[in-house]
Write a new protein. Structure first.
Length: 375
């Protein structure tokens, strides 16, 4: 059954074998505080003794704030987004206290955020594309809830990497980048160091993923009424969304959905269940054969290693083994001791793994498929 469902994606990181785990190193706490003390007077634009949200947003957008200072700004930006706790005003004294003390559960670890941000900044390639071109295995979701925008991008990287490097993203003569998102063109300047720290990692693969995220955020924000827009495009992207809707947006093609809700209905007659399974298999097999982009998403999950409230790319379906191949935008590796299955989960490399379709339908809420024009 085709349904229209909205998958809201939130940032939920796997602690086990996460390639992008953040841990502060010796001396990082003192270094972070030193950067705050040095820069706070200049960063506090209205000199009221408090770094406001608008001031932090302005710092994130500044091209002249680089390296360690940008990493500190990114840490402050991430802390300012937290909504489940009430942080004190961002005075220098309060920020130093937050940085010096071991964080309470749910509170920001500013030195660890600083360390992780600095790592992203220092390892990011500043060319648009690497010589190898777009590769799925280098992408790691950043510190935003935007898996919904990365899942369809991952599907595109898997099937049409040349489209990204030749048609989707190009550098303009004035140094800006033009990004073609379906029928929408967005021009953005190169991401700042702080924006790089906040958005996806791409190892040595180039800035193209960060440029895509920046452009997609601008496009999402501009679609909203003026009085409902977020302060920045990345903030708009951080609010989450539907991977299927984003798939249609970046391709310019219509999409259709096939739900997995039927699998959660324990009272459904076996014949009716099998009817839905056949519809799902047909949709997956057809899209795989025709090289159409596919995404899926989870709500609550039970299988270890499957992230709840998260969007995934579907990379293909094998009819012979009745297995589905998926990509998690977190890009993690995962080992399984013993027999892979629902109890222990499935091995994962760079976010890529496969699982039986019979298990998939219980873990995932639904699937979305690109439809080709005149199809």
């Amino acid at each position: 059954m085709k349904v229209a469902c909205l998958l809201l994606c939130f940032v939920i990181f796997s602690a086990a074998l996460a390639k992008d785990a953040e841990l502060s190193a010796a001396g990082d706490r003192e270094r972070f505080i030193s950067i705050l003390e040095k820069n706070f007077p200049n960063w506090d634009g209205d000199a009221d003794g408090v770094l406001s949200a608008s001031e932090i947003n302005g710092l994130v957008a500044r091209e002249d704030i680089r390296g360690e200072a940008a990493a500190a700004v990114a840490a402050l930006k991430r802390a300012s987004r937290l909504s489940k706790i009430k942080l004190p005003f961002f005075t220098l004294a309060h920020l130093k206290k937050l940085a010096m003390n071991k964080p309470q559960i749910g509170w920001p670890d500013l030195p660890a955020m600083f360390t992780g941000s600095l790592k992203r900044i220092r390892t990011a390639s500043r060319s648009l594309f690497s010589e190898a071109g777009p590769k799925l295995e280098t992408i790691r979701q950043g510190r935003m809830g935007n898996c919904f925008s990365l899942a369809p991008l991952g599907a595109m990287v898997s099937l049409r990497p040349e489209h990204i490097s030749r048609q989707m993203i190009r550098e303009l003569p004035d140094g800006r980048y033009e990004v073609q998102l379906g029928s929408t063109k967005v021009a953005v300047i190169q991401p700042t160091d702080a924006e790089i720290a906040l958005s996806a990692g791409n190892e040595e693969g180039g800035l193209w993923v960060n440029v895509y995220e920046k452009a997609a955020g601008v496009a999402h924000n501009e679609k909203k009424p003026a009085d409902e827009r977020d302060a920045t495009g990345l903030d708009a992207l951080n609010r989450g969304g539907s991977a299927g809707t984003q798939l249609a947006f970046i391709t310019g093609h219509e999409m259709v959905r096939v739900s997995c809700k039927f699998a959660k209905d324990k009272a459904m007659p076996p014949a009716e269940h099998e009817k839905h399974m056949t519809e799902l298999r047909t949709a997956l097999a057809s899209a795989t054969k025709e090289k159409r982009l596919m995404t899926c998403g989870t709500l609550k999950t039970q299988v270890p290693g499957i992230t709840p409230n998260h969007a995934y790319a579907i990379l293909g379906y094998d009819e012979a083994s009745d297995t589905i191949r998926l990509w998690n935008p977190h890009g993690d590796d995962r080992e399984v001791k013993g027999e892979p299955g629902p109890e222990k989960g499935y091995p994962m490399t760079d976010g890529v793994f496969q699982m039986p379709l019979s298990v998939f339908v219980h873990e995932f809420s639904g699937t979305a498929y690109e439809t080709m024009p005149n199809a």
